[in-house]
Ligand binder design. Structure first.
Ligand code: TXA
Ligand code: MG
Length: 325
């Protein structure tokens, strides 16, 4: 049986999910590995397939804003303001969970992460299942997230069914906000919806903190995550690049922004952050599967719009110190 499904198969997939199966689904950020939040078997399969520790909570995906109060309570007013502007879209709220949310989904926590994805097939499927879908990124724990159906097939060697929805339009995971306090929100994971956009939507009336670099709460904030298997290093200057070239020669895969390197393996990234994010994970996978021995990534600008990308690049390269070159 084919592992790839299309729009017409949504009733079939919905039936399978209601019965405790899992299916990879497209979202605008990355592909997710989805199960119905009301079926414990499906949720357990997600953790097993991903090899993810059971204490690491999952994001649940809803398809209408009125569903929010069924799964969360004490919802601050600013959450509705943000949801009205950014949903469906790459923004996730951590809120106090109602008793209806199984603690299997939240890793035993009393909070639940909720978002409404901006992908028509994901929304249709959630509607067809009749309850939210828990969906972490459809990759093995700690690996690079998938941004197309083919990535999912190769990640799980074809053992996971995938709903084909084309390449992910955003390309990196959603911005996650801890929204449990009425007058303060915390950005737990930066993404393509920036702190500046959030502040401006709320007319700077709500205080915003972003300790995401230190937060111990998120697996995504482990020192390394989203990481290729090959040594991966971020370089900030030509001097460091020269040292990397001396060490690896032609066996270096260069992911650059400003220059074209014609004599080696590599990829010149788009200069707009939106386009860069769309390409990033695909390029990291290509680099990992290439002949190269190591991957060198030119550090992008430190500007606000690049924050989500900077975060992923730091994590992808955290394991491999450039000083040892
Ligand atoms: O864009 C996305 O968010 C994608 C798509 C598929 O929706 N999903 C995604 O899920 O990135 P995942 O599991 O790979 O990352 C979710 C992050 C994890 O770091 C997890 O710890 C955090 O969200 N998270 C989930 N529930 C939480 C909760 N109740 N409290 C705090 N953090 C939570
Ligand atoms: Mg993930």
């Amino acid at each position: 049986m084919s592992s790839i499904f299309s729009k017409k198969d949504i009733p079939l997939i919905a039936h399978a999910l209601r019965n405790g199966e899992v299916c990879a689904i497209p979202t605008e950020t990355v592909y997710g590995l989805a199960a119905s939040i009301t079926h414990p078997e499906g949720i357990k399969k997600i953790f097993t397939l991903k090899n993810r520790p059971a204490t690491h909570p999952l994001i649940i995906h809803i398809h209408t804003l009125d569903q929010l109060s069924e799964w969360a309570f004490d919802i601050p007013e600013y959450v509705y303001q943000l949801a009205k502007q950014f949903w469906p879209g790459p923004l996730t709220f951590v809120l106090k969970k109602t008793a209806a949310v199984s603690s299997l989904v939240t890793g035993g926590q009393s909070n639940v992460a909720i978002r409404m994805p901006a992908h028509p097939l994901a929304l249709s499927l959630i509607k067809a299942v009749g309850c939210p879908l828990a969906a972490p990124s459809a990759n093995r724990f700690g690996q690079v997230s998938p941004t197309c159906a083919q990535h999912v097939l190769s990640e799980f060697q074809g053992t996971v069914q995938v709903l084909e929805g084309g390449p992910s339009q955003i390309g990196i995971e959603s911005t996650i906000i801890d929204a449990r306090l009425p007058h303060l929100l915390t950005i737990l994971r930066p993404g393509m919806i920036t702190e500046k956009q959030i502040a401006s939507c709320l007319q700077n009336k709500i205080a915003i903190t972003s300790p995401h670099l230190k937060s111990p709460q998120l697996p995504g904030s482990l020192p390394y995550h989203y990481a290729p298997n090959k040594p991966t290093m971020l370089f900030h200057s030509n001097t460091t690049l020269a040292a990397l070239k001396r060490r690896y020669g032609h066996a270096l895969f260069l992911i650059t922004l400003s220059q074209v390197y014609t004599y080696t393996l590599g990829y010149k990234m788009p200069s707009q952050p939106e386009h860069y994010a769309q390409k990033l994970y695909d390029v990291l996978r290509t680099a990992d599967q290439s002949q190269a021995q190591a991957i060198a990534i030119e550090s992008p600008p430190n500007d606000a719009e690049w924050q989500g990308i900077q975060d992923r690049l730091k994590k992808a390269s955290a394991r491999d110190s450039i000083e040892s070159v």
